[in-house]
Design a protein around this ligand. Structure first.
Ligand SMILES: *[C@@H]1O[C@H](CO)[C@@H](O)[C@H](O)[C@H]1NC(C)=O
Ligand SMILES: *[C@@H]1O[C@H](CO)[C@@H](O)[C@H](O)[C@H]1NC(C)=O
Ligand SMILES: *[C@@H]1O[C@H](CO)[C@@H](O)[C@H](O)[C@H]1NC(C)=O
Ligand SMILES: *[C@@H]1O[C@H](CO)[C@@H](O)[C@H](O)[C@H]1NC(C)=O
Ligand SMILES: *[C@@H]1O[C@H](CO)[C@@H](O)[C@H](O)[C@H]1NC(C)=O
Ligand SMILES: *[C@@H]1O[C@H](CO)[C@@H](O)[C@H](O)[C@H]1NC(C)=O
Ligand SMILES: *[C@@H]1O[C@H](CO)[C@@H](O)[C@H](O)[C@H]1NC(C)=O
Ligand SMILES: [Cu+2]
Length: 805
């Protein structure tokens, strides 16, 4: 192979080869396990309304027809020489994924302002190329979408600032490698018997091979193989990261070429010590006093539920929200366009990154052109080879495809509207039904209130939520966009699930000092890690000519004329405005001592103030954090966006995304190096503003959500969402002439007079009682379908078209 990498593999108790799935260059959909599907039959009725978006959703992923035509085109290509995934080996070329290639912003703006037609539809195609010895993963752009006489296929390079369209595939022969490792371990069964209590690779109770992290090295693949005892198939997936019924050893195989004759096991690691060979470890095991680690025994402590009786009250259902008058928002289900209380926006989904919103307007003014997740990083630390080198980048695992269907009444209110998403991966179409929910919710606190001698006035805080949950192995990430009546838009992240734990090694000095975490069970310790999730927010506040202004809230000393008598000047504070003129990375200020405002240079409110939107850390665990590690060894240059809270860069059609899933394979030489985005280009350039290159002045903000997660005993069995939450808000700042919520909020003014109380309501109110079915409060979850979610077998297509070669 052309270049190779170090892959840490653990032999684990997992029944599903989860990490191989993550690294899969082949369609892993064959392994997609069954999960719940909600049959939203009642909601289909409401979807027949005829609300129409003003434009086409130009961001939408490929629909089925487009994907089918594209597949015909691709399988016709002699150059691609594709083999159908279900028949393919690692020595074939396979289709990995199909998705839309987002049109350039320039073309979209021209379409939106009516000066051009709808942008051409192009596809982004990812192919795993295994035919040649240099196995690699290659990106192509194909368009205009077939059928079209002009359709062409080109290397997709312009969105990658590396100038390349491919990466070397470090694990093309992963199934072979896995079988080889199992064979090797069977050859040292005396060792695995002693340290892990088993030597079998049985389905339910034996050893398992688990890949940990991967990082490039010059000439070889190294894998760390942790071997663990297996638990039962059903519990193994959820218990896997807690290592219940596990103990672990690691081996490092060297995979120098694709020829198994050149593969060998190099190092062993057990209980803090490195052994150069199996025989060295075997000798050590014979020595008296060799310290064996205890097993973490499975038990009720890993169960996520406690079905027993709880404190008084648990047997009663909790209060719940209902929606007697129906939704107050409208959705164009064909275009995924939502309109609510002056807000309007489009929704798109991507198999890698999940949900994005586009062209968000408030009262007709543009606010955000695009907002969406770019990458989700979890970076661990620890003194063993697993935790010590562990970093996950979850878009490689397809955060869109793993947006599972939501559970009504639990993930979202029972009355929420659910949307579905379809993807095309590995030659198969897959639909995630009801994987996005949209609903209104009224907060438990007022948006505004005021009391005087004569009256009480109060407004309800009702907001709109667009929510999805991506299950990435051990963790479920809830990503949502909240819209408030004053024009505020909030992006909120919550994480929950099983922590990726470490083994507690009693002899380890770092364990004694709680250097990387805390002991939480017999042989289990938590492993500190940073979650850093990068989002793009392309703000167009009331148009595209915007400036990012830092408004300092600073102490000062001033002598005022009215202070005549004072002998010393007055110590006070004031505002200091500074426009950011260069591309830059910025952290949230200490003591919230600055406001970050995106101001329109050319639009003022009635009071002559520039109209803007403020960017502020929202609710949750204080400021969202960035990566604590400096120059991460594991990440190389693959995630430079993780080092600051927010970034201000120019908008460029050639830099549509901060991250790229395949960066994971080539951290030292990533396809997209975000570090190169921030190259000190001047963000505000008067000459450019006046010229046709005005587009260069648009600015894009990238910001991070997440937290420093130091799990403790309360994270066992699962991390809770209230402590994992973080958010960023975009909130109007002199954007209107007054509070924009006033005209759309629902509330009451109570006038208190001698003749009694007069109530004057603004907005609608509940006037009639409601008859509720029990399922309005507690949806009938037996209507969920537990069938596997491979929506459609697209292999019929191979029978219709002649093979290209
Ligand atoms: C096409 O791929 C097959 C394996 O799937 C391989 O045997 C054949 O040599 C390839 N053809 C070309 C022209 O590369
Ligand atoms: C976007 O613009 C770049 C040039 O900046 C061009 O190479 C590319 O083809 C365009 N992409 C699409 C989808 O039209
Ligand atoms: C429409 O938008 C494009 C791209 O920003 C711009 O070049 C063009 O001048 C605009 N046309 C009008 C009529 O506003
Ligand atoms: C875990 O190990 C214990 C002791 O070996 C065994 O009794 C139990 O059945 C195991 N649990 C599972 C889920 O395999
Ligand atoms: C500023 O606004 C004026 C009036 O609306 C408009 O003619 C002009 O093109 C705008 N300039 C920029 C740079 O947007
Ligand atoms: C990280 O890299 C920068 C730039 O190369 C360097 O100045 C700094 O010293 C490095 N820090 C660490 C901790 O390696
Ligand atoms: C898809 O359908 C083909 C025949 O139409 C069948 O041979 C193949 O096994 C199916 N694949 C799956 C994953 O069901
Ligand atoms: Cu965490």
């Amino acid at each position: 192979m052309a270049s190779s990498a170090k892959v840490w593999i653990a032999i684990s108790a997992s029944a599903v080869f989860l990490w191989f799935a993550f690294l899969a260059s082949a369609p892993f959909l064959r392994h997609v396990d069954s999960y719940l599907e909600f049959l939203a039959s009642t909601r289909e009725v409401s979807k027949t309304n005829h609300f129409q978006a003003p434009y086409k959703n130009v961001w939408a992923d490929l629909n089925r027809q487009e994907a089918d035509e594209l597949m015909r085109f691709l399988f016709d290509s002699a150059e691609l020489n594709l083999t159908e995934a279900s028949h393919a080996t690692s020595r074939d070329n396979k289709l990995m994924q199909l998705g839309v290639l987002q049109p350039n912003k320039t073309d979209i703006l021209s379409y939106l302002n009516g000066s051009a037609g709808i942008p051409e539809r192009w596809a982004h195609v990812v192919v795993s190329q295994g035919v040649t010895d240099d196995a690699c993963i290659v990106n192509y752009m194909v368009g205009p979408l077939p059928p079209n006489a002009l359709t062409e296929m080109k290397p997709l390079k312009y969105i990658f600032n590396s100038g390349r369209n491919h990466v070397a595939n470090p694990v093309p022969d992963q199934e072979d490698i896995q079988m080889w490792i199992i064979g090797e371990l069977q050859g040292v069964s005396d060792i695995t018997q002693k340290i892990l209590g088993t030597d079998a690779f049985a389905k339910t109770d034996g050893l398992d091979v688990r890949t940990g992290t991967i990082s490039t090295e010059k000439t070889r693949i190294r894998m760390q193989v942790g071997s663990c005892r297996k638990v039962s198939i059903l519990s193994s997936v959820s218990n896997l990261p807690l290592h219940a019924n596990e103990s672990r050893a690691y081996v490092v195989p060297e995979i120098v070429t694709r020829d198994p004759a050149n593969w060998k096991m190099s190092q062993w690691y057990y209980n803090g010590l490195v052994y150069e060979s199996a025989s060295e470890l075997r000798e050590a095991l014979k020595r008296p006093g060799f310290l064996l680690n205890p097993l973490n025994l499975n038990g009720p402590w890993t169960d996520t539920e406690d079905f027993r009786e709880g404190p008084p009250g648990r047997e009663l259902p909790p209060p719940t929200m209902i929606q007697p008058a129906g939704p107050r928002f409208k959705i164009d289900y064909h275009q995924n366009f939502v309109s609510w209380m002056g807000f309007e926006f489009f929704i798109s989904t991507s198999q890698e990154r999940g949900l994005s919103l586009h062209n968000i307007k408030f009262d007709g003014d543009t606010v955000i052109f695009e907002i969406g997740l770019q990458e989700a990083l979890a970076h661990y630390a620890g003194d063993d080879p697993a935790q010590g080198a562990l970093a996950f980048m979850d878009t490689l695992g397809n955060m869109g495809i793993y947006m599972r269907n939501l559970v009504p009444g639990y993930d979202c209110p029972a009355y929420a509207t659910y949307l579905s998403a379809s993807y095309h991966n590995g030659g198969a179409a897959i639909t995630r039904k009801n994987s996005i929910c949209v609903f209104e919710y009224t907060a438990d606190h007022a948006l505004r209130r005021h009391t005087s001698d004569e009256h009480v006035s109060i407004s309800r805080n009702t907001y709109l939520v667009v929510r999805s949950v991506s299950t990435m192995g051990n963790y479920d990430f809830t990503v949502e966009y909240n819209f408030y009546l004053d024009g505020t838009i909030e992006v909120k992240l919550r994480a929950s699930g099983f922590i990726w734990a470490a083994f507690h090694t009693p002899t380890s000095e770092s364990a004694k000092q709680n250097e990387y975490g805390y002991r939480v069970h017999e042989a289990l310790a938590t492993s500190m890690h940073d979650h850093v999730l990068n989002f793009k927010a392309d703000l167009d506040v009331a148009g595209t000519s915007n400036t990012f202004v830092r408004v300092g809230i600073e102490p000062t000393t001033v002598k005022y004329p009215w202070d005549e008598d004072a002998t010393t000047p007055r110590n006070t504070m004031h505002l200091v405005e500074r426009a950011v003129e260069k591309e830059a990375g910025i952290d949230w200020p200490a003591n919230s001592g600055e406001m970050y405002v995106v101001m329109n240079d050319n639009s003022t409110n009635a009071w002559g103030e520039k109209r803007g939107y403020r960017i502020t850390p929202g609710t949750g665990v204080a400021n969202p954090s960035h990566l604590s590690i400096l120059n991460s060894t594991a990440l190389g240059k693959s995630a430079e966006w993780a080092y600051k809270d927010l970034w201000l860069v120019k908008q460029k059609d050639t830099e549509p995304r901060s991250a790229e899933p395949l960066n994971f394979y080539v951290p030292q030489d990533p396809l997209v190096d975000f570090g190169k985005f921030v190259d000190d280009d001047e963000v505000v350039d008067e000459d450019l503003l006046a010229s046709e290159s005005e587009i260069d002045a648009f600015r894009v903000i990238y910001f991070n959500l997440g937290s420093h997660h130091i799990p403790h005993s309360g994270d066992i069995p699962n991390t809770l969402m209230h402590t994992s939450a973080s958010s960023v808000m975009f909130t109007p700042f002199n954007f209107h002439d007054g509070d924009a919520s006033r005209c759309r909020v629902q509330g009451v003014k109570l006038e208190l007079g001698d003749e009694g109380t007069q109530a004057r309501y603004f907005g609608g109110r509940h006037l009639e009682g409601v008859h509720l079915k029990a399922t309005d409060l507690e949806p009938d979850l037996l209507k969920y379908d537990t069938e596997a979610q491979i929506a459609r077998n697209m292999s019929w297509i191979y029978n219709l078209i002649p093979r290209g070669n």
